[in-house]
Design a protein around this ligand. Structure first.
Ligand code: TRP
Length: 453
């Protein structure tokens, strides 16, 4: 079947969609609590280093192979890698998209549910940490609440992907990303104008170098990977809708910049209010669901800002879930000749169903554990800690070692001619990173996440 494949309407369309994929729960939920647990500023510094040295080079590699073939991860490796092994690497990416989306949508559902909690005024009643805690626990232990929020979030995701690359994903990102940005800036201004905000800023920006150790570095690299949506072909798939006129290195730098900027802004929003109201910064994964609601009851305008916060969070999550579903759909559209609409409906439904055991991991299925992990933890671990680093490792190996460097250059050049003329050394550095540094570091992250080191 030779249907015409869609492209982004413009380079900006690509940047917003890819930044939409990158900016998600990872930035607003995970980054702040990781920074909180790993010593604040020192972690942020290492994180930025990881984005610059490993994140951007791997991001460029992913976008490049996608744009070269104009295909999904499996089609891309069929065309460029040819052997069964490489096709399986593409297949693992599609599978990872499936699995990540199944649990990501559960957490995204909580953020959606919290918009209601904020609007209804429920959140404002809880000004004691113990009470917010039990409220949150009661919600995630309620099977009806958690499954319906997960379901609604999947429906929202499907309704964007359903309309295709330009009319769905690109248009959606062009509306949601600027809105997200405005909401976060409003929150940041509220945080910064609180008395005592400077303690939060100090925590975020005044590094205590003694906090840096191996664990901090590995956490930072893992987070850089997850946050930039690397390792499973999401950026590859978005790259496949890019035109040869567009400049890949510059687009990648933009995406990485927006992603890190939004993570840091989210950190400022959260830690200024947390410190100003005297709460603990190191509450871990529940920081935004347990600590923040208490904080909102203590600041002027807390009611409005709590609504804004959870809307921003849901928007960020939605542009990410869209990219995950797009990978799965693109595979069935390109490789199996399905119509986009059928692929979205069927696989959206299947991912919803597979997410149900994750959703129930906090209640009915909490006793059901494998390797000491609940279904939710297991799917998270399998995808984020194993499949993504393995995927990222092989993408670096592929572009660094397997694909002819002449071909690599020939394909990255279109759109980037100017950089080539002036700074061709950058590409040599990039190749060296993909050959040596990225695979070695990613491998170490992998070993540490399976507990070997
Ligand atoms: N990057 C997103 C976040 O920070 C999550 C995400 C979306 C993702 N698509 C991905 C992570 C693909 C890895 C791979 O929340």
């Amino acid at each position: 079947m030779d249907k015409l494949r869609e492209n982004w309407g413009s380079k900006l369309g690509f940047i917003l969609a890819a930044a939409g994929s990158a900016v998600g729960l990872g930035n607003i939920w995970r980054f702040p609590y990781l920074a909180g647990e790993n010593g604040g500023a020192a972690f942020i510094f290492v994180y930025i280093l990881c984005v610059l040295v490993i994140g951007i080079p791997v991001l460029v590699a992913e976008i490049l192979i996608g744009r070269t073939t104009q295909k999904n991860p499996v089609g891309t490796f069929k065309q460029l890698g040819k052997t069964k092994f490489w096709i399986a690497i593409g297949g693992m990416g599609v599978a990872a998209g499936f699995i990540i989306l199944s649990f990501y949508s559960v957490v995204a559902g909580w953020t959606l549910g919290y918009i209601y909690e904020a609007i209804s005024g429920n959140l404002m009643q809880y000004n004691l940490p113990d009470v917010t805690n039990s409220h949150f626990t009661a919600l995630i232990q309620n099977p009806v609440w958690i499954i319906s929020m997960h379901g609604i979030f999947m429906l929202l995701t499907m309704s964007v992907v359903f309309f295709g690359v330009q009319k769905g994903i690109e248009l959606g990102s062009k509306i949601m990303m600027p809105l997200l940005f405005v909401l976060l800036i409003a929150l940041m201004i509220r945080g910064l104008t609180l008395e005592g905000a400077s303690k939060g800023l100090e925590y975020l920006f005044y590094p205590d170098w003694s906090k840096i150790n191996m664990k901090v570095i590995l956490n930072a690299l893992g987070q850089a990977f997850f946050s930039l949506s690397l390792g499973m072909g999401a950026m590859l798939t978005y790259g496949s809708y890019m035109s040869k006129k567009d400049n890949i290195p510059s687009a990648a730098i933009w995406v990485a910049f927006l992603d890190s900027a939004i993570a840091i802004i989210a950190g400022v929003c959260i830690f200024t209010v947390v410190f100003a109201t005297g709460q603990n910064p190191d509450a871990g994964p529940s920081l935004i669901f347990r600590t923040l609601p208490v904080v909102f009851t203590k600041i002027t305008g807390g009611y409005i800002f709590s609504i804004i916060f959870f809307i921003a969070l849901s928007l960020a999550a939605l542009t990410s879930t869209v990219s995950l579903l797009e990978v799965v759909s693109a595979y069935f559209v390109d490789e199996k000749g399905w119509s986009r609409k059928n692929a979205v409906l069927l696989f959206g439904l299947m991912i919803f169903i597979i997410g149900i055991p994750s959703a129930l991991s906090f209640s009915v299925l909490s006793g059901f554990t494998l390797f000491d992990k609940s279904f939710f933890d297991l799917t998270e671990f399998l995808s984020s800690n194993l499949m993504l680093p393995i995927g990222g490792f092989f993408i670096s190996i592929f572009v660094g070692w397997i694909w002819d460097f002449e071909k690599v250059i020939e394909n990255i050049k279109p759109g980037a001619e100017k950089i080539f003329m002036k700074y061709s050394w950058i590409f040599i550095g990039w190749k060296l990173i993909l050959k040596y540094l990225a695979p070695v570091l990613i491998f170490i992250v992998l070993l540490s996440s399976i507990g070997i080191i």
